[in-house]
Design a protein around this ligand. Structure first.
Ligand SMILES: Nc1ncnc2c1ncn2[C@@H]1O[C@H](COP(=O)(O)OP(=O)(O)O)[C@@H](O)[C@H]1O
Ligand SMILES: [Mg+2]
Length: 286
């Protein structure tokens, strides 16, 4: 039986097991965080310790506050209560150490080439033209798109555009990458390829990753730990599970099956609770 563990620190990575090339991820601490929008209490009392270099998936029913928490981690939204820190430093606003990948690749600049898009962050930080070019090509290589450097985003498929967005975020060499359902808009096959690529990209970049998804399979495939949020309002963390599975992951491994069952049960309970709160009795309507 898979056991949920508390929201305390993840086990520290040891030298022997960490063979990523980058290895410059930062530790993230979410300490008693509550977020209100006016009188609406979106999330409440969230405490999570994310180890440097860890891949944490955040799961939860739609509308529970996953994007809200991620926006607070990115410095876009200020918590009403509690503190968010990155390597002990409070998050006070957007920071180049915190990279955000959105669900939609509309965030790309359509009038710039793929290379110029990826070089944008280094250019803003005053890197030389040679450095911009080298960094862009390095990260385009990492996402398998160096051959597309001179094309424009409009000439690429949805999956390729999403890879460009990931390369653009990584080219800023952030210590934490925040991803909000980054593959949610892709077709099932492209999504599967991107999930496999993501494991490799993460390995090579060494960043800490906080990855929001509503897809249990995706979480089991990618995460070191999975945190499940309760239904809102005032959503908190319901459970946290370690994913004790070797990589590449086998979805038919008994541990994976066991974890899937526990996650389904936890999320099912929260969805039913949300339906009851909306006056819909799931037992009656099913
Ligand atoms: N800027 C905002 N102003 C008011 N309410 C918001 C704002 N952003 C999000 N919310 C509300 O907070 C709750 C959580 O939203 P969100 O974080 O987007 O959920 P999720 O990403 O889990 O689907 C929802 O009820 C949403 O309507
Ligand atoms: Mg969301």
């Amino acid at each position: 039986m898979t056991k949920a563990i508390q929201t305390g620190p993840a086990p520290a990575r040891t030298e022997g097991t960490d063979n990523r090339e980058g290895g410059h991820g930062a530790a993230v601490r979410v300490d008693g965080v509550g977020i209100r929008f006016g009188s609406f209490h979106a999330v409440d009392g969230i405490t999570l310790d994310i180890a440097a270099g860890e891949f944490l998936c955040l799961l939860g029913p739609s509308g529970c506050g996953k994007s809200t928490l991620l926006s607070a981690l990115a410095g876009f939204v200020r918590p009403s209560e509690g503190v968010l820190t990155v390597d002990g430093k409070p998050v006070t606003g957007p920071d180049p150490d915190l990279g955000m990948v959105f669900q939609s690749s509309e965030a790309l600049f359509d009038w710039l080439t793929v290379r110029q898009n990826v070089a944008f962050g280094p250019r803003m930080r005053g890197r030389s033209r040679t450095e911009q070019h080298e960094l862009a090509d390095e990260y385009l290589g990492l996402v398998g798109l160096r051959h597309c450097a001179d094309r424009f985003p409009g000439q690429l498929s949805g999956g390729m555009r999403q890879r460009v967005q990931i390369a653009r975020v990584l080219a800023n060499q952030p210590r934490v990458v925040l991803m909000d359902e980054p593959f949610g808009a892709l077709d099932a096959q492209t999504r599967q390829v991107m999930q496999e690529e993501m494991a490799r990209i993460r390995q090579a970049s060494g960043c800490t990753v906080v990855f929001v998804t509503h897809d249990i399979e995706e979480a089991i495939l990618l995460a070191d730990r999975v945190a499940v949020m309760t239904a809102g309002p005032a959503a908190s963390v319901k459970s946290v599970y370690p994913v004790d599975l070797p990589r590449p992951r086998d979805e038919d491994d008994p541990t994976a099956l066991d974890l899937r069952r526990s996650l389904r049960q936890d999320i099912g309970e929260e969805v039913r609770k949300a339906l009851r709160d909306q006056g819909l009795d799931p037992e009656e309507t099913s």
